[in-house]
Design a protein around this ligand. Structure first.
Ligand SMILES: [Zn+2]
Length: 274
């Protein structure tokens, strides 16, 4: 077994170099999986390489420090910024690229929710290359926004007037590409957000949990200074959160709510009630 694995040391090393270059050039979708896997005629070799990852990453085994290092790089998941890092994700899945099973720059710390969404997805075109926290500068541009929609009796969004009681409401998170991005990059971030990780679902749940906890503050601020003070209060919350991460779901949410006349005029009570 060990001799078999030793015989793959060089192909794995070469594969790691090719992979790193493709990460930098954003050409992961052009990599040929056949070059990242033993010859199919070599029965059992692919499974042996993947098993090596699984065995070596177990507690007390020699590969465990690599796994722990990846897992502990950040407390919070670098993909969603919400969950705790609990697992290690293979940026290119080990089932398709077994040579990359134990290559450290292919191992990303990730939370359980994001890992469940991603599964074994591999990029087949430029846009399908998920953002890579080690190579992509994800946080220098502001790209995450949210909106609050009030819904009428026909289930359609409409602009509710202050003190009106709409039939329902909905908070949506979406990618708002800055003008400096080209269309390819915008499409790639959109795919990362909506397809690979379905981050809007995670953020909508967070928002629904968050607003009831703020209701009392909204009420106090509203009684003292009305809708404009609620709006200013929310802007302050957004600014505070933006220090740590300008694409945090909280920044997007508080900004959207600060701009929403109905919400700031007392609509927050209906939203907080769920
Ligand atoms: Zn996550």
């Amino acid at each position: 077994m060990l001799t078999l694995l030793n015989s793959y040391e060089l192909p794995v090393l070469i594969a790691a170099g090719v992979y790193e270059k493709a990460c930098r050039r954003l050409t992961l979708h052009q990599l040929d999986p056949a070059k990242f896997s033993p010859d199919p005629s070599k029965d059992g070799h692919k499974d042996a390489l993947i098993a090596m990852y699984d065995q070596r990453m177990q507690i007390g085994r020699p590969g465990r420090p690599v796994y722990e290092e990846a897992r502990n790089r950040k407390g919070k998941c670098p993909i969603c910024g919400v969950g705790r890092v609990r697992q290690v994700d293979h940026h290119l899945p080990k089932s398709i690229y077994p040579y990359l099973a134990a290559v450290p720059i292919n191992l990303l710390p990730i939370c359980g929710d994001c890992n469940r969404e991603k599964l074994d997805k591999a990029p087949t075109c430029y846009a399908e290359q998920a953002l890579h926290p080690y190579f992509d500068d994800i946080d220098s541009d502001r790209w995450l926004r949210a909106r609050l929609l009030t819904i009428n009796g026909d289930g359609k969004p409409y602009e509710a007037k202050p003190s009106e009681r709409p039939k329902g409401w909905r908070i949506e998170f979406f990618v708002d590409p800055p003008s400096s991005w080209d269309a390819n990059h915008a499409e790639r971030v959109e795919h990362h957000f909506s397809e690979t990780y379905k981050l809007s679902d995670i953020y909508e749940n967070q928002a629904a949990d968050d607003i009831p906890g703020l209701e009392l503050s909204f009420e106090e601020v509203f009684e003292a200074g009305g809708a404009s003070d609620v709006s200013a209060y929310l802007e302050g919350l957004a600014r505070t959160r933006a220090h740590a991460n300008k694409n945090s779901w909280m920044v997007a949410l508080y900004e959207a709510l600060a701009d929403h006349v109905w919400f700031c005029s007392g609509g927050f009570r209906q939203v907080a009630a769920g």
